[in-house]
Ligand binder design. Structure first.
Ligand code: E4P
Length: 220
């Protein structure tokens, strides 16, 4: 199970790379806006953090673009900036041809904004290197998501598609564990979600108790 950081904040990404060896980075227009700098500046700074590694960084094409040719042109521009860049394209019909064209040129696509197993199936058939089913948004809409990820994973395995499944819009550790249990390849979550998941109140209680015993015991 790979952990990707869902962020465009350079300091957060640098921290997560160093502190818990994240396997990849995903950005989106919201993350870039929150990071506070122009789009190209932000993605270039992120690229510098991973230079010389094979850590993938998903960068999203202008979401206004809806035509295959324009998607491909923009994807080529972004991919030329860094070999680490995986081009994030939203799951609309023109994207399927764009994925095929970009694949032939060795440009990897992360097909994003996937909310149904059918969308996932078609993105995988088209050859997306990564697909991003969003679970947090579905759960906010009171939809069950574990079986969604199970279906996507089963379909991928049934047909031996090479796409890696990134469970996206992850809000808590339970969702990460569920994704791992159903065999998804990757989760992407914000720094705070990972940090909350690494922590447990019993661990903190235990540390306090053991410190108390330690302090009441001679060392030698
Ligand atoms: C995934 O690649 C997306 O960037 C992300 O998970 C979107 O969800 P959020 O911004 O609502 O967390």
């Amino acid at each position: 199970m790979k952990f990707f950081l869902d962020s465009a904040k350079v300091d957060e990404i640098a921290y997560a790379l160093d502190a818990f060896a994240i396997d990849g980075v995903t950005t989106n227009p919201r993350h870039v806006q929150v990071a506070g700098k122009p789009f190209l500046t932000t993605i270039r700074e992120i690229a510098e953090l991973v230079v010389g590694t094979d850590i993938p960084v998903s960068v999203e094409v202008n979401p206004h673009i809806m035509a295959t040719e324009a998607m491909v042109a923009e994807a080529r521009k972004l991919a030329a900036i860094s070999p680490n860049f995986v081009i994030k394209l939203q799951c609309v019909e023109p994207v399927f041809k764009a994925i095929r064209i970009l694949n032939e040129e060795g440009i990897r696509v992360n097909c994003t904004l996937i909310f149904s197993a059918m969308q996932a199936l078609q993105a995988m058939r088209s050859g997306a290197a990564f697909i991003s089913p969003f679970i947090g948004w579905k759960e906010a809409n009171a939809e069950e998501t574990r079986s969604f990820i199970e279906e996507v994973t089963l379909i991928r395995d049934n047909y031996g598609f090479e796409s890696e499944i990134i469970v996206a819009a992850v809000r808590n550790a339970r969702q990460i564990v569920d994704a791992a249990m159903v065999g998804a390849d990757i989760v992407t979550a914000g720094l705070a979600v990972y940090q909350a998941g690494f922590d447990h109140p019993y661990t903190r209680d235990g540390i306090q108790k053991f410190c108390d015993f330690w302090d009441q015991t001679e060392y030698e």
